[in-house]
Ligand binder design. Structure first.
Ligand SMILES: Nc1nc2c(ncn2[C@@H]2O[C@H](COP(=O)(O)OP(=O)(O)OP(=O)(O)O)[C@@H](O)[C@H]2O)c(=O)[nH]1
Length: 424
C-alpha cells in the first residue's frame, strides 16, 4: 500500500478556492437575473437590432477554446449556437422537440462537465461528437417515453412546485424538473471536486440554459448566450493565466510570476530564500508523494507570511519571499515566525515509512524527519535574507546574496535564519 500522509488543515484553502470561483459566477448570475428581470425592456431594445451578437460571441469563444485546447467549451459554444438557432425559429420543428431542446442540451452539458478535455484530433472530435449524439438521442427517448410511466408517482413534485410558484409547472413537467435538478447537482458536485474556472463556467451554463424556457424572446436568449460566451472567455484566460503564473504542485505563484513581480518593485525590498532541510533524505525515507505533500504544506505556510511578504516557489524545494519597502530588520520577525511555524507543525503519517529498514529517529537538527510516537514527523527549513542596495541592485545579484546567506544558515546547523553580510 502506498505511503499516504494526512496533512493538516488545508481544508480552509480548499474551501476558499471553491468560494472564490463560486463568487465570480454567482455574481455574474445575479447580474444577469437582475438585468433580465428588472431591465427587460431596455435589454430588448438593445438586442433587437443585434440578432447576431450571440452567434458572434459564441464563435469568438469557440475559436479561443480551439486555440487553448478546451474541447469541452468548444463543444458547448457550438451547441449553444445551435440551440440559439432553433429558438430563433429558423427551423420549424414539432413543439415537443422545441420544448425538449434545452433539456437535451442540459443533459449534454452534464455529460461534458463530467468528461475530460479530449483535444482536437480528428479521431477525438468524431468520438466526442458520437458520444454527444448518443447522449442527445438517449435523453430525447427518455423525455418522450418515461414521463407517461412516472406521471402518477411524480404528482407530489407537481403539488410542491405548485405550492412554491404555479409558473414552475408551466416551465417544466415534474419529470423534467427531476432531470434539471439532477444535472444541476451533478455539475455542482463536479465543480466542488475540481473547482476551477472551467467548471464554474459550465455550472453557470447549466443554470442559464435551465432558465432559458422562462424567457420566450429570442433577444433574451441572445443575452444569455452573450453572457455565457463572455464567461467562457474569462474562464479560459483565467485558467491559462493560473497555469502560467501559479506553481502547479503548491498553487502559490511560480518562478515566472516572481520574475514579473520583481519588475514592479521599487528601490527598497528584501529577498528571502527558503530551503527545506534534508529534503532528499525525507523523499528517500517517505517517498516522493509525501515529499510533494510536504512541499504543499510548506508553501501554504510561507503563503501566510505577514509584513507584506509575498511567497513564490522558485523551483524544487526552494522558495522565495519578497518584502517590498522593508529593511531586513523589519522583515526578520516575520521570517522567524514562519520558520517556527514550519518547525512546530506535526505531520501525521498514516502508514509505515517506505523502506523495510526503519529510519533512525535522529535529532531535529540532524535530520529532515523527526519521528515522534511513530506516527508524526516534523520538518524544518533554513532561510537566507538579503536586501537591495546600491551595490547589489540587480535582482540576480540580490538572489545570489540571499543564496550565500542560505548556505550560511545550512552551515550553522539548519532550521535558522541568516542575514547576508551586506554594507549598510
Ligand atoms: N517530492 C519532491 N521532491 C522534490 C521536488 N523537487 C525537488 N525535489 C527533491 O528535493 C531534493 C533536494 O535535495 P538537496 O538539494 O540535496 O538538498 P537537501 O536534501 O534538502 O539538503 P539540504 O538542503 O542541504 O538541507 C532532491 O531529492 C529532489 O529530488 C518535488 O517537486 N517533489
Amino acid at each position: 500500500m502506498p505511503l499516504y500522509a494526512k496533512f493538516g488543515p488545508d481544508t480552509l484553502t480548499y474551501l476558499y478556492n471553491i468560494f472564490k470561483h463560486l463568487f465570480v459566477y454567482a455574481a455574474l448570475l445575479v447580474l444577469v437575473v437582475y438585468f433580465v428581470e428588472a431591465q427587460r425592456a431596455l435589454l430588448l431594445d438593445w438586442f433587437v437590432p443585434l440578432p447576431w451578437i450571440g452567434y458572434l460571441s459564441l464563435s469568438i469563444s469557440a475559436v479561443i477554446a480551439l486555440q487553448f485546447g478546451r474541447s469541452r467549451l468548444f463543444w458547448v459554444c457550438i451547441l449553444l449556437a445551435i440551440l440559439l438557432f432553433f429558438t430563433h425559429g429558423e427551423i420549424a420543428l414539432s413543439s415537443a422537440f422545441n420544448r425538449y431542446l434545452p433539456l437535451i442540451f442540459l443533459v449534454i452539458l452534464g455529460y461534458l462537465s463530467c468528461a475530460k478535455d479530449s483535444g482536437f484530433s480528428a479521431h477525438n472530435l468524431v468520438i466526442t461528437l458520437a458520444k454527444i449524439c448518443v447522449v442527445a438521442i438517449g435523453s430525447y427517448l427518455v423525455l418522450e417515453y418515461i414521463p407517461a410511466v412516472t406521471q402518477n408517482s411524480l404528482s407530489p413534485i407537481y403539488s410542491f412546485a405548485n405550492h412554491i410558484d404555479p409558473r414552475l409547472n408551466a416551465l417544466y413537467s415534474p419529470f423534467e424538473w427531476l432531470i434539471v435538478i439532477f444535472i444541476l447537482i451533478l455539475c455542482f458536485v463536479r465543480f466542488i471536486m475540481i473547482s476551477d474556472n472551467n467548471h464554474g463556467a459550465l455550472l453557470l451554463a447549466v443554470v442559464l440554459v435551465a432558465m432559458m424556457p422562462a424567457y420566450a424572446a429570442f433577444e433574451l436568449h441572445n443575452v444569455l448566450a452573450l453572457v455565457l460566451a463572455t464567461s467562457f472567455l474569462y474562464a479560459m484566460l483565467k485558467d491559462s493565466f493560473n497555469m502560467a503564473f501559479k506553481d502547479e504542485l503548491t498553487a502559490i505563484p511560480s518562478r515566472r510570476a516572481l520574475m514579473q513581480y520583481v519588475n514592479t518593485l521599487g528601490r527598497k525590498y528584501v529577498v528571502v530564500m527558503a530551503d527545506i532541510d534534508h529534503f532528499k533524505k525525507f523523499n528517500d525515507t517517505y517517498g516522493h508523494d509525501v515529499g510533494d505533500e510536504v512541499l504543499r504544506l510548506v508553501a501554504s505556510r510561507l503563503n501566510k507570511v505577514g509584513g507584506g511578504g509575498k511567497a513564490f516557489r522558485f523551483g524544487g524545494e526552494e522558495f522565495v519571499l519578497i518584502f517590498p519597502r522593508k529593511t531586513p530588520q523589519q522583515a526578520l520577525p516575520f521570517v522567524e515566525q514562519i520558520r517556527q511555524m514550519i518547525a512546530d507543525y506535526p505531520i501525521a503519517l498514516r502508514n509505515k515509512p517506505r523502506p523495510k529498514k526503519r529510519p533512525k529517529p535522529v535529532s531535529a537538527k540532524g535530520s529532515a524527519a523527526k519521528i515522534s510516537q511513530g506516527k508524526t514527523v516534523k520538518i524544518t527549513a533554513s532561510f537566507g535574507v538579503a536586501k537591495r542596495s546600491s551595490q547589489f541592485s540587480q535582482f540576480s545579484d540580490i538572489m545570489k546574496q540571499a543564496d550565500v546567506a542560505l548556505y550560511a544558515a545550512k552551515k550553522a546547523g539548519r532550521n535558522c535564519v541568516q542575514l547576508a553580510k551586506q554594507p549598510e
